[in-house]
Ligand binder design. Structure first.
Ligand code: XIL
Length: 409
């Protein structure tokens, strides 16, 4: 791997790269000028250094987690990965370097969602997902799948096409095709994502959305059973958010998630893990005893627990950038320590690795909740791919975690 400063343009990289490896080999050896020659219009990114020795190799997050039998990883946008450079044995791209050096497990931030895989009702497009699988293969990373069943991230044809008569079959076909394609190659799958939504007022806490309304509550069981047939090896996971802190609404949601997990287990549904998304806020209620108790109950059901999407929003924290960085780091340290103290928690993934590519500041996402405040440093690396305070806090939490048997991979 490259160790020095590097700069390769990355936005839109995948578009021309899709032209094929022949072109790529030329671009890989000739560097940036060739990108321009190929008509790649993006501007060169500023020089970055993702490879300082004090945070890489044995000093990386991945290595420190592994020393405790934990898997550390992050969500990635495969379109931004310099897979061609990796295939040729060298990349100067800082984003790619960061993933190579820090992670042991990857998850696609968007590339395995319905809208990414299903351009039309009768067509699948695996190009982005395959790109990530190829990168993982070349760099020796474990991969988890996200997700097979979610109320967001649906293609525009979905509501026009899916109805009570075909819903069941469409869900089955999707899961069979997608989970089948990656059969035996994924550590885990988020089979159902965010199915609990107390605001909808149902006694079972289930979210009212098309699958529920068209198939009934048994859509969850159906999804898990279909996934288990398509990929018997992957740990099948129920993934949700807003179940981390001591806030009363989060405590109530934990109860409903636990009740759902108990129902699934009682019905012999092949579920292997709970994913706790862990999108946290430095301001407001923090995780505590309620979460600790919850983890024990989940473990008693025989489930593993994964921290699947950690990041920390620092909006509403005073003290300027330094204050926000410190508050963020404290949440990373405290939360990871609390969670990793429980032996059922086998891995931790952050939702991205550096603030330059975090959904927290995507204009149409979290910023709509904090329109006035830019949330600084939600991840272990900053805009320039330098470690943030959160990096050190997280690494410290790994060091303090009790050793455990390594997660299945
Ligand atoms: C987010 C992505 O990060 C964004 O890029 C996208 O615009 C919307 O989805 N919970 C999940 C993830 O399970 O899939 C979401 O990812 C973040 C919240």
């Amino acid at each position: 791997m490259a160790t020095g400063n590097g700069a390769v343009t990355r936005r839109g990289f995948g578009k021309w790269a899709a032209a094929g490896l022949g072109t790529v080999a030329v671009a890989g050896t000739a560097g940036f000028a060739t990108f321009e020659a190929l008509g790649h219009r993006d501007k060169r990114l500023r020089l970055k250094n993702a490879s300082a020795p004090e945070v890489t190799g044995a000093n990386s997050l991945g290595a420190h987690a592994a020393a405790r039998g934990l898997l550390f990883g992050a969500a990635v946008d495969p379109e931004l990965l310099d897979i061609e450079g990796i295939a040729l044995g060298h990349t100067d791209d800082a984003y790619t370097q960061l993933f190579v050096e820090q992670t042991r497990i990857l998850v696609a931030e968007n590339a395995m969602k319905w809208f990414a895989l299903r351009p039309a009702a009768d067509r699948f497009d695996f190009s982005k997902a395959d790109r990530m699988m190829g990168f993982a293969l070349l760099t020796g990373k474990v991969v988890r799948g996200h997700n097979l069943c979610w109320h967001e991230g649906l293609p525009s044809w979905f509501t026009k096409t899916v109805n009570k008569d075909n819903a069941r079959q469409i869900l089955i076909d999707h899961i069979r095709t997608v989970a089948g394609r990656f059969r035996g190659r994924l550590q885990s799958w988020d089979v159902v994502n965010e199915a609990i939504w107390l605001e909808d007022g149902r006694p079972d806490g289930l979210r009212k959305w098309p699958w529920l309304e068209m198939i009934g509550p048994e859509y969850i069981e159906l999804a898990f059973r279909t996934a288990a047939e398509a990929d018997p090896q992957a740990k099948l996971t129920y993934n949700d958010y807003g179940i981390e802190t001591e806030a009363p609404d989060e405590a109530a949601k934990r109860e409903q998630v636990l009740a759902l997990l108990k129902r699934l287990k009682a019905n012999g549904v092949p579920i292997g893990a709970l994913g706790v998304q862990s999108h946290l806020h430095a301001a407001g209620e923090q995780p505590g005893a309620g979460l600790r108790e919850f983890l024990k109950e989940v473990a008693a059901l025989g489930l593993e627990v994964y921290i699947t999407e950690m990041d920390v929003v620092s909006a509403r924290i005073d003290g300027g950038k330094a204050g926000r960085d410190q508050a963020t780091a404290k949440v990373y340290g405290d939360y990871a320590s609390l969670m990793l103290a429980d032996p059922s928690v086998k891995m931790l993934l952050t939702w991205g690795l550096s603030s330059g590519h975090s959904w927290v500041n995507e204009p149409d996402q979290r910023m709509k909740r904090f329109p006035d405040i830019w949330s600084e440093g939600p991840l272990p690396f900053d805009d320039d791919d330098r470690p943030t305070e959160a990096f050190w806090a997280l690494r410290g939490a790994f060091d303090g975690a009790p050793p455990r048997v390594r997660a299945a991979s």
